[in-house]
Design a protein around this ligand. Structure first.
Ligand code: BGC
Length: 746
């Protein structure tokens, strides 16, 4: 049977147009592969650390393995490649996969933090360095970028995301992919990227990981899919299917998603890997009756490679023999997997020579990590301009909190290969900065961010009481976000709020730095502190970045890539919500404490909001303060009316009216007033990071093609509809200069 099928495979490949060296080689190779070897290419095993198990070695020798994940010791990886290349019958090299999410040895801010930089160049640089460092271990494939739209801060994986907005996520997702893959995959230091998790994974019910998602097709296409389409168009090497159930069909068995949308509609030519055992989980979902059925559903949907579980190895031969699947389905998958190996240059050079790559954690990598952390911090409050602190005017500084000097926790989630011994903490950085100037006293006050023990509060209070300023470094430990680490309450954990209360009573001004993997509900804390700098999990160089910001060696410029709710009950709350038929307004809003007793039901409120909290978020998407001020003047639009296909030019005069040099992120939002399906109240369509010296002005110009105004209509056709549009240019989703234009009917 094998030889017949092999013949079919080669004739199918032969039907390709002009044979290139690559197709010729693949045709030759595939014609020699047995069914088992083909299925082997579709199987990914996991490594066990330095020691290669006999089972793995043997499986590689027998051609049962296409890829190995989580093996990162260079000599082990090279040995795995040797087994594949020298001891298997056909000598096909391996894809070596690893979750390189926000750094390898040098850890950059978590992706949500990187997104707060609104800087594609920064995101690209971080990914490029991550790839260079990962490549020194023989890794040639990362499972990133994660471009799941994330509108629920309870979800632990929001930390790994690029935030709530389809446009921002698309731009930064493409930048990350370009950083990983470089301009040529076969170049030293380029690694294949993986767009995950296709699709809708971020919309799990109540922010629980792995849970069900119900996303109407129109919303899926307008909100959740655009980042995936963007990276597919930009050439991402692979996709990963989501664990979650999408509208009743788990993504891993979802043929509509994997084949109709991804392959047929988008013409995507890379391959799709399942998530970790997500094929077996098709039975747990209650979608397949057993593992054989699950293998059938997955392969039929278009999952080319199985991660960790072995349903393909175990059942595809029988499914083929029974005629339930076709050899062409196998050939198509194998061809794409081999193609990637070819593109990576693995057939020519399967082994890694780390001496050809830069040393990990070198000074340049650390500098870029520091710059990225500086750009990603968001200044949320700065009462009376307490920041930046003037070191020379201070006598004594108190540094308080469990995260001030914790080299591990500042790294955040997914840092398999990051070592906290390289981290530079806030305490050490502030100490360095203050040395010879003010005295510094540090009290941890709590064992961890989750502690409830207040025994050390007294010491912290006494230290703060005699200081000129208390810098409190609080937040979430890294284990509180990331995969499967979701929270129902998203306030500061443990007794951190009580710690703030205690320090606030001393009357010493408080500068609060928060490190966290998600937005936190900090409304109640705000009045008690003078400044808040939100630092996410800032990575290896978090300490020096934060110290530079606090003491004015750098100016904050990050903007929120996700809305901060006042209360968890507002979730999901995001800037691009629909208007509804009864939008909340200041006039209609009433708080429950202000409702007279026995009021008739319809006399108050009657708008889309809650009675126990204001309808606005605590901090909107796009928000972030600076040490300087920016003014927007003279908005100009090139057209009042234009036709579909034309481009609107918009510009605004941006002035740095303060006394500090700074960077502003100018954001362009639109609202399509009437649509055949209702449109969001605002949509981000472009942004620019602009560097401006104090007192200087610059015209910030955008070209808005009407294609960018297109959306999927009721019939799932993408169209730019004629009609009236509003437009805003400003420094946040809730402010900005306003303009109007119209797209005329043809
Ligand atoms: C995660 C993926 C990850 C994979 C491999 C899964 O649990 O959902 O995002 O790439 O593990 O580590």
């Amino acid at each position: 049977m094998s030889s017949n099928l092999s013949f079919k495979a080669s004739s199918e490949l032969n039907s390709c147009a002009v044979p290139t060296a690559q197709t010729e080689m693949l045709i030759g190779l595939m014609s020699r592969m047995s069914i088992e070897e083909k299925i082997g290419q579709m199987s990914q095993f996991f490594g066990h650390g330095e020691h290669i198990s006999e089972h793995l070695a043997d499986s590689i020798r027998h051609g049962r393995v296409g890829s190995v994940l989580n093996e990162v010791k260079l000599h082990t990886v090279n040995e795995l490649q040797r087994l594949a290349v020298e001891e298997s019958r056909l000598g096909i090299p391996l894809l070596i996969g690893r979750d390189v999410i926000h750094g390898f040895n040098t850890i950059f801010p978590i992706p949500l933090g990187q997104a707060a930089s609104w800087c594609a160049e920064t995101v690209k640089q971080c990914a490029h360095i991550s790839a260079l460092e990962a490549a020194t271990s023989g890794v040639n494939w990362t499972f990133a970028p994660m471009i799941d739209i994330s509108r629920d801060p309870r979800w632990g994986r929001i930390a790994e995301s690029l935030g709530e907005d389809p446009y921002l996520c698309s731009v930064l997702g493409v930048a990350m992919l370009e950083g990983f893959q470089g301009d040529e995959l076969h170049k030293n230091g380029s690694i294949a990227a993986c767009a995950k998790h296709f699709a809708g994974y971020g919309a799990g019910e109540s922010g629980r990981d792995y849970s069900t998602t119900n996303i109407p097709e129109n919303e899926l296409r307008n909100v959740y899919l655009p980042p995936f389409k963007a990276v597919a168009d930009a050439g991402v090497a692979t996709f990963m299917s989501a664990f979650s159930d999408l509208n009743g069909v788990p993504a891993t068995g979802n043929k509509w998603l994997m084949t109709e949308i991804l392959r047929e509609e988008w013409q995507y030519s890379g391959f799709v890997v399942s998530d970790w055992e997500s094929i077996v989980q098709l039975t747990t979902h209650g979608f397949s009756k057993d593992n054989k059925d699950a293998a059938y559903e997955a392969v039929d949907a278009g999952i080319d490679m199985e991660m960790v579980s072995t349903t393909y190895l175990d059942h595809l031969p029988d499914l083929l023999a029974e005629g339930r699947i076709d050899i062409q389905q196998i050939n198509t998958a194998v061809k794409k997997i081999l193609q990637l190996k070819w593109q990576l240059g693995l057939f020519d050079s399967p082994y890694t020579d780390a001496s050809l790559l830069p040393e990990p954690l070198n000074a340049e990598h650390l500098q870029i990590a520091k710059d990225a952390a500086i750009k990603s911090c968001v200044l949320l409050k700065n009462e009376q301009n307490i920041l930046p602190l003037a070191a020379e005017k201070l006598n004594s500084v108190a540094v308080i909190g469990p995260l001030a000097d914790d080299p591990y926790e500042q790294l955040g989630t997914w840092i398999f290969d990051g070592d906290s011994q390289h981290s530079q903490t806030c305490l050490t950085a502030i100490e360095k900065l203050l040395s010879g100037k003010a005295s510094l006293n540090h009290v941890k006050a709590m064992e961890t961010s989750r502690s409830h023990d207040q025994a050390d509060f007294k010491h912290a209070v006494a230290t703060a009481a005699t200081a000129d300023v208390a810098i409190m470094i609080l937040g979430e430990e890294s284990i509180l976000s990331g995969e499967a680490h979701c929270r129902a309450e998203i306030g500061l954990p443990g007794c951190q709020e009580q710690l703030i209360d205690a320090i606030a009573k001393t009357g010493t001004p408080i500068v609060l730095v928060i490190m966290a993997g998600r937005p936190l509900t900090i409304e109640a804390i705000l009045p008690k502190v003078d400044a808040v700098l939100f630092a996410w999990h800032p990575g290896t160089m978090g300490g020096p970045a934060i110290a530079d910001l606090l003491f004015g060696n750098a100016c904050p410029s990050g903007k929120l890539p996700v809305t901060f709710p006042r209360k968890v009950g507002q979730v999901p709350i995001y800037y691009g919500q629909k208007h509804s038929g009864k939008p909340a307004t200041e006039a209609s809003y009433v708080h429950m404490d202000d409702i007279p007793v026995h009021s008739p039901q319809t006399s108050l409120g009657m708008a889309a909001t809650h009675l126990d909290t204001h309808f606005s978020p605590l901090f909107p998407f796009g928000f972030g303060l600076s040490y300087t001020q920016f003014s927007y003047q003279n908005i100009e639009l090139s057209h009042k009316t234009l036709r579909a296909g034309e481009t609107l030019r918009v510009r605004v005069l941006l002035t740095n009216t303060g006394e500090t040099d700074g960077e502003e992120i100018t954001q362009l939002y639109i609202r399509d007033l009437v649509g055949s399906v209702t449109r969001p109240v605002k949509e981000l369509k472009d942004f620019k990071r602009v560097k401006l010296a104090a007192g200087k002005s610059e015209w910030v110009t955008f070209e808005l093609s009407t294609h960018k105004l297109a959306f999927y209509d009721r019939n799932m056709q993408i169209k730019t509809e004629a009609g009236q549009f509003h437009l805003w240019l400003g420094g946040c989703s809730q402010t900005g200069l306003h303009g109007e234009f119209e797209i005329a009917d043809d």
